[in-house]
Design a protein around this ligand. Sequence first.
Ligand SMILES: C[S@@+](CC[C@H](N)C(=O)[O-])C[C@H]1O[C@@H](n2cnc3c(N)ncnc32)[C@H](O)[C@@H]1O
Length: 156
Amino acid sequence: MRLIVVAAGTRLPDWVNAGFEEYAGRFTRDYKLELKEIALGQRAGSSPPAQAIAKEGEKMLAAIPQGAYVVALQVGGKNISSEQLAQFLQQRARDGRDVVFCIGGPEGLAPEVDAKAEFKWSLSALTLPHALARVVVAEALYRAVMIIKGHPYHRA
Ligand SMILES: C[S@@+](CC[C@H](N)C(=O)[O-])C[C@H]1O[C@@H](n2cnc3c(N)ncnc32)[C@H](O)[C@@H]1O
């Protein structure tokens, strides 16, 4: 199955790309991790950039393959354990659905993307920069797949 991270932001620092690739490169043949980057909308002045967020939302929705299960990454979403994440992925695999994980830009996800999400996932009560959230998601998904495989990567 495909695990697709749809993330706002392009041309991120090297450490972000290296961190994501570090985990993406370790995935197995049956679980693949992909990244689709969405260009940030233009921000001008200090008012809430509603137009930029809406533009990012449009592009995110267009990047979601038909029939995929959509997860919105949100600080205020639900915390789950690595084991629960592994069960979640197994269930989606049984359903034959790819899973898309949407990570918002500096001000968060467009409401239209939230509305499309079947699950809202919180990585922590802390707000992370969108670039770091991308790497944390990649590691969390890799760990969950290693749990599914019974691999010693996850020893807890
Ligand atoms: C800087 S945060 C946006 C903060 C914005 N005030 C909000 O509440 O969404 C950028 C993106 O990173 C992701 N993110 C940051 N911290 C997160 C967390 N603890 N759990 C899940 N996603 C998080 C979310 O997708 C968020 O849209």
